[in-house]
Ligand binder design. Structure first.
Ligand code: SF4
Ligand code: SF4
Length: 293
């Protein structure tokens, strides 16, 4: 009998077409890689025999850069039909993947588009894709959420690129208590990882020549939960709070957030702003009326 768990997610592409500073999946560093369905699909099948998430998310990187994204959406629906299932995308490839809307519709998978900035050039690029999604939603084809991401954006490390270093606050429990990734158990390489910052750290370290930086040793030594873990280890994995590796993250978020003045974020309300597709108006007025994604 699979263990009921609150949440599970899986990146199906490490590559991204945006470079958001502080990306918790390190995809702003152009990590290479698309997870072929032949590999990733079998990880899902195997883990479906062990866990049954209430909510399951496919994301990345940019998942729409994976040409097999539709197969993943379909597979998740077959394995966990009762779960709330989401595909989280920055939306910028939706028009090129319009057929995906039919698969989202057939599988009742929510499309969540994340909005990362509010500059005009970016919003102009995004708008036709959001328009397409809104039309599909208004026609009753899909369920859609638009989320402003930068309201809860903070960095889990200090510095940038090859100068990236872990925090040194030395209080793993305080770091975990402040953490926005607490629930984000992640399936990568056939194993379950505590969170994206730990799961994708080895890829970032490889890319950014961090493997020889001793500060990262304790965190690169983190080991995920393998598929053949005992039942009690599986249960412990989902109920445990901090682990020693949490010490790499900030103990307090003050000073680590990019846009602390943005208090809202969340789901686009059905307002006149939405009707006019005026994203700039929405971004200017969203305030704290909506919830975090
Ligand atoms: S769009 Fe998402 S995955 Fe891509 S860099 Fe930004 S936060 Fe990371
Ligand atoms: S290592 Fe711990 S504190 Fe850091 S993001 Fe992961 S769960 Fe959160």
């Amino acid at each position: 009998m699979p263990l009921d768990i609150p949440y599970l997610e899986m990146d199906i592409a490490h590559l991204c077409n945006l470079q958001c500073q502080g990306c918790m999946h390190y995809s702003n560093y152009t990590l290479p890689g698309i997870i072929p369905f032949e590999r990733g699909g079998s990880w899902l099948r195997e883990w479906a025999e062990r866990v049954r998430p209430s909510e399951f998310t496919l994301l990345g990187g940019e998942p729409l850069l994976n040409p097999e994204v539709g197969r993943y959406v379909d597979q998740a629906a077959r394995l966990w039909p009762e779960a709330k299932r989401l595909l989280v995308s920055n939306g910028l490839r939706l028009a090129q993947n319009a057929a995906l809307l039919d698969i989202l519709s057939a599988t009742d998978t929510i499309l969540r588009i994340t909005i990362h900035r509010d500059d005009a050039a970016y919003l102009d690029k995004l708008e036709p894709h959001v328009r397409l999604a809104l039309e599909a939603r208004d026609a009753g084809r899909i369920r859609l959420e638009l989320i402003r991401s930068d309201s809860y954006w903070y960095k889990t490390y200090r510095g940038e690129g090859e100068a990236m270093r872990p925090f040194t606050d030395g209080d793993s429990h305080a770091s975990w208590s402040s953490c926005f990734n607490k629930l984000c158990k992640t399936l990568r390489d056939g194993a379950l990882w505590k969170c994206p910052p730990l799961a994708f750290l080895p890829l970032a370290a490889e890319k950014l020549n961090l493997t020889a930086v001793r500060d990262w040793d304790p965190y690169l030594a983190y080991r995920p939960l393998p598929l053949d873990a005992e039942d009690d280890a599986l249960l412990r994995f989902f109920v445990e709070e901090d682990v020693p590796a949490c010490a790499m993250c900030p103990a307090k978020l003050e000073g680590t957030q990019f846009r602390p003045e943005v208090t809202g974020g969340g789901i686009l309300p059905r307002t006149q702003a939405e009707a006019s597709l005026d994203l700039r108006h929405w971004l200017a007025t969203i305030g704290d009326r909506t919830q975090r994604g």
